[in-house]
Design a protein around this ligand. Structure first.
Ligand SMILES: NC(=O)c1ccc[n+]([C@@H]2O[C@H](COP(=O)([O-])OP(=O)(O)OC[C@H]3O[C@@H](n4cnc5c(N)ncnc54)[C@H](O)[C@@H]3O)[C@@H](O)[C@H]2O)c1
Length: 339
């Protein structure tokens, strides 16, 4: 049951924060914002398993930042890292592609790793934990249609095993937070991101990968490929909006709640391709090749949308960057990497 009290609020200014899995897309943007909002100290923890120093290199010499190489599978390392920390943002996780490629490591990090984080927060009296979850908790496959509000049950029929494993691991992570809240009073907010994209994009998330691979195709002068007839709906969220949601989760008086964090509007795959073609000023015509069976690709499932009204109520957040604007920012960044 969500609780609301001013005691649940954690102001950014003057407090110490730890981001776990910080050398990441979401971590690096949230770090920038925490510093801009006046955080007293910021510890950026990562084992650099797949995140890169490059993502946080611009913060290396910042007087308020400490970069810590540590592994969430080692509870003692987390116990050290959470000492004197007021707020923790837990991001370290494998996603669907990771569950496809290395299911053992993915289960360890997403489940035992999450339990270690929660345990370290509890033992060291962290004031608030923000846990990065995903719209994967609603599942995938043929039954995913309409509005995926926060009470939507998990659906797995017809979905690839890696996607189901990922979603199930996030459900477990959320429940580990709830359990420690109920037993020991740890304050937490779960933020369920839809597909995140933006500057410092990596190639580890199947849906955002689609924007990048479409761009790569168009730049190479090849016709971009559309799954099916291009009418499948996706719901992305720009990484700057996600960073703001993380901050809002700390600052709100809500605890013991899970909220969707999704973009201004849904988008079809055809529209995504058109945004990329527009950015590249290209007249290439998309093609729809036959699908390779068993290949992990864009999540499929017809028309769905992920409302974020509850995030408005609970953490006073709403998205601000349109898909067209966000794709432009992502591709400007991507283009700059080539120079
Ligand atoms: N990117 C998306 O589209 C998306 C969508 C929904 C939810 N999420 C969730 O948001 C979070 C952040 O996503 P992202 O795309 O920024 O992630 P990312 O893949 O960029 O970063 C994850 C980070 O965790 C680190 N990590 C992995 N194992 C670790 C370990 N054992 N110890 C310490 N660090 C470890 C990695 O090195 C990496 O830097 C994840 O929890 C993800 O499940 C992401």
């Amino acid at each position: 049951m969500p609780t609301h009290t001013p005691n649940n609020r954690l102001a950014i200014r003057g407090h110490r924060f730890l981001i776990i899995g910080a050398a990441s897309l979401v971590g690096s943007h949230t770090a920038d914002l925490l510093l801009a909002e006046g955080a007293k100290e910021l510890v950026l923890l990562d084992n650099f398993a797949f995140g890169a120093m490059q993502a946080i290199a611009h913060l290396q010499d910042h007087p308020k930042v400490r970069i810590l190489k540590a592994d969430i599978m080692q509870l003692h390392e987390l116990l050290d890292a959470t000492q004197q920390i007021d707020g923790v943002l837990h991001l370290a996780a494998y996603m669907t592609l990771g569950f496809d490629q290395s299911p053992w490591a993915a289960l360890d990090v997403n489940i035992r790793g999450a339990q270690n984080v929660v345990e370290a927060c509890r033992r060291n009296g962290v004031k608030k934990l923000v846990f990065a979850s995903s719209n994967a908790v609603y599942g995938y496959g043929n039954g995913i249609k309409g509005e995926l509000t926060e009470t939507t049950p998990f659906h797995s029929e017809g979905a690839p095993p890696a996607a189901i494993l990922y979603g199930a691991s996030k459900i477990i992570g959320e429940q580990l937070c709830r359990q420690v809240h109920q037993k020991h009073g740890l304050n937490y907010v779960v933020v369920r991101y839809s597909t995140v994209y933006g500057e410092r994009q990596h190639y580890r998330a199947a849906n955002a990968l689609y924007i990048m691979s479409t761009y790569d195709q168009v730049r190479a002068g090849k016709a971009p490929t559309l799954p099916g007839d291009g009418s499948e709906t996706k719901h992305f969220v720009y990484v700057g909006d996600v960073a703001r949601a993380n901050i809002a989760a700390f600052q709100s008086d809500a605890s013991d709640v899970a909220v969707n964090v999704s973009g201004v509007d849904t988008v079809t795959t055809r529209e995504i391709v058109q945004h990329v073609l527009d950015y590249c000023d290209s007249k290439l015509v998309p093609i729809s090749p036959p699908e390779e069976p068993g290949k992990v690709r864009l999540t499929s499932g017809g028309a769905f949308s992920i409302p974020h009204a509850l995030a408005g109520q609970e953490i006073q957040w709403q998205p601000s960057v349109s898909m067209q604007e966000g794709v432009k920012r992502l591709l400007q960044w991507r283009q700059a990497q080539d120079h």
